[in-house]
Write a protein that binds this ligand. Sequence first.
Ligand SMILES: [Cu+2]
Length: 145
Amino acid sequence: MVALLVYLGVKSMYGPPSTTASPAFTDNGENFGGPSIVPTSSSGLPLGSPMNLVSPSTATTSPSPEPETVSISNFKFVPDSLAVKQGSTVVFTNNDSVAHTVTSATFDSGPIQPGGSFSQVFAQKGTFAYKCSIHPMMTGTIIVK
Ligand SMILES: [Cu+2]
């Protein structure tokens, strides 16, 4: 408001056509600014809406029981003893810088490269001892209840 009053004061003082052009330019800027935003948002919505719809449905689809996880780190299985429900999936993730295996009498991951992972479903109850076949001192147990 103060700026406008000053502006009008300047305009009344000088009164050249150029002063009249400046307010007109400001009006044009506002008018062009509005429409230019509408196409941008309208073109963005068709792309954004499906993605927004997919994400919630994906989250809803994912089952509530999350996979159990065992981290392989510093030549150890962490935790080295893990109790899970029957039917659970256990994901072994190798966070070490060398390859390891998850080997038991009933399953064998084979070499899991650094950064890799191995999933095993435990469909039967029981206690499953496993080790790394490369480093036999690395042992762990999955207890399926
Ligand atoms: Cu190993």
